[in-house]
Design a protein around this ligand. Structure first.
Ligand code: URP
Ligand code: ZN
Ligand code: ZN
Length: 457
């Protein structure tokens, strides 16, 4: 008989999306076996969680490890990026496979499996971004959903001449995905109009990073969000808008949205920073105004937002400098995976903007439900994977690129003081990170085939 791995977490306060209570949690092998008060069990390993919240491991359903983009690659690998996530309480990512035009979706998926398999430290699943919808790719959708564990896809309404697809492709794509029980997510910005604005700006010699934001105005996002919601209604398809920065009206339809930590916490004043500093925040959509942040916090509390993700897509400053003379060549994206859980606690819960239950819903339960991982992931319940974070709400830290684990030479939150820290992160019952020290390494992460989209979740 193989020896069981048993672990008892004592005296913690379990926080889920709906409840909060004192309990011990007993883990057998990779799963949560028992939850209860003063458990009398024989455990090989015991963790004292006095004073800590016990949260389900965070799920960041929007990341781009090693993304080939704008002539370079995102600087975190599956190894460095998922490990940084584990340091900050994120145990699972759902990363975006990107189809190269002319290639099949299946071969793109295989390439991403190669990058992640044997490398990722945390668990991972994949969405597939469809950049070339045709009869051949259409024929692949069912198999991907039913046999390959990929029920979610992405389409770009922006990045004209690169990743963007037109309305007809979008329409066909959402119909096909819906037919087999999947979910389409979209990057909603009007790529055609942005292309004109960028050309006009460059022609006037307006080339510094701040013009990135000025050439991607809120209207382009509002128009594309409205358009995709209407198209989805017409197609009878559920739709999910990624990295939403502003509010879009919705009728009674399954239109879901996520926002990202940066849109809640940072605003467009960073684009006026000295010299090339603004390049650190060049991402799409760009950062908006403070008033938009308030609307997003409200959206969270009104149950209009399903998840807070990061769109983690880091580039070193050397890479950002590809656009030193022309903002449109600055690789779009910023690092974020490591501090999502802690920042949302510090700025959200500690400042009274959201409850602890809402925090857990945004960082774990919401993404698990939307993306077919619930209840294996995203909650603390008997039978769920023992992905558990011991979160110390009293511990303070200062964020810095000097101490973070992401492979990026700057932090978008440099010098921010944060209240609350992930003390210990467990992944499938194994201590992954304890007090800032990694206990597992390369290849520990497993691929997570996911279930079909469940509209009743
Ligand atoms: O600026 C961003 N968001 N970069 C990553 C690609 C994307 O659009 O999600
Ligand atoms: Zn995007
Ligand atoms: Zn993204």
């Amino acid at each position: 008989m193989p020896q069981e791995h048993t672990l008892l977490i004592k005296e913690g306060t379990v926080v889920t999306a709906t409840d909060e209570y004192q309990a011990d949690v007993f883990v057998v092998d990779e799963k949560i076996h028992t939850i209860g008060k003063n458990l009398k069990v024989d455990a090989k390993q015991t963790l004292d969680a006095t004073g800590c919240y016990l949260l389900p491991g965070g799920i960041d359903s929007h990341t781009h490890m090693e993304l080939p983009f704008m002539g370079t690659f995102a600087s975190d690998t599956f190894e460095t990026g998922t490990l940084a996530g584990l340091h900050g309480g994120t145990t699972t990512i759902v990363d975006f496979v990107i189809q190269t035009k002319g290639d099949t979706l299946g071969s793109a998926l295989n390439q991403w499996h190669e990058k992640a398999g044997g490398h990722a430290v945390g668990d991972y699943g994949f969405h597939i971004a469809v950049t070339d919808f045709n009869e051949k790719t259409k024929a692949e959708i069912r198999d991907l959903i039913e046999k390959k564990g990929v029920p979610s896809f992405k389409a770009f309404m922006a990045y004209k001449g690169a990743l963007m697809v037109d309305d007809q492709q979008l329409f066909y794509l959402m119909k096909e995905i819906t037919k087999w029980g999947g979910l389409l997510s979209v990057h909603a910005e009007n790529g055609d109009v942005i292309d004109v604005l960028v050309k006009e700006s460059r022609a006037k010699g307006e080339c510094s990073p701040r013009y990135h934001a000025l050439t991607r105005p809120p209207l382009c996002e509002a128009e594309a969000s409205g358009r995709i919601i209407d198209l989805a209604y017409q197609a009878g398809a559920p739709i999910y808008i990624v990295h939403m920065t502003r509010w879009a009206t919705q009728r009674n339809q399954k239109a879901l949205a996520e926002t990202c930590v940066q849109y809640l916490l940072l605003d467009d004043s960073v684009y006026s920073k000295e010299g090339f500093e603004g390049a650190k925040y060049v991402m799409s959509p760009p950062l908006r105004k403070k008033k938009d942040q308030e609307a997003l916090w409200q959206g969270i509390n009104q149950n209009l937002i399903s998840a807070v993700t990061t769109d983690h897509c880091p580039f070193m400053m050397k890479q950002k400098e590809m656009g030193k003379e022309d903002f449109s060549k600055i690789p779009n994206g910023a690092p974020g995976i490591e501090h999502r859980v802690e920042l949302l606690y510090s700025e959200g819960v500690e400042k009274g903007r959201i409850t602890r239950n809402k925090w857990v819903e945004m960082i774990a339960t919401g993404p698990a439900k939307t993306f077919g991982l619930f209840p294996r992931k995203g909650t603390i319940a008997v039978g769920s994977d023992a992905d558990i974070v011991l979160f110390d709400p009293k511990k303070e830290q200062t964020i810095s690129a000097k101490t973070h684990h992401m492979n990026c030479d700057y932090s978008a939150y440099e010098g921010w003081k944060v209240k609350g820290k992930c003390r210990t992160t467990l992944l499938r019952g194994t201590v992954a990170v304890e007090e800032g020290v990694a206990k597992i390494g390369k290849g520990f992460g497993q691929y997570l085939p996911r279930n079909k989209f469940n509209p009743t979740h």
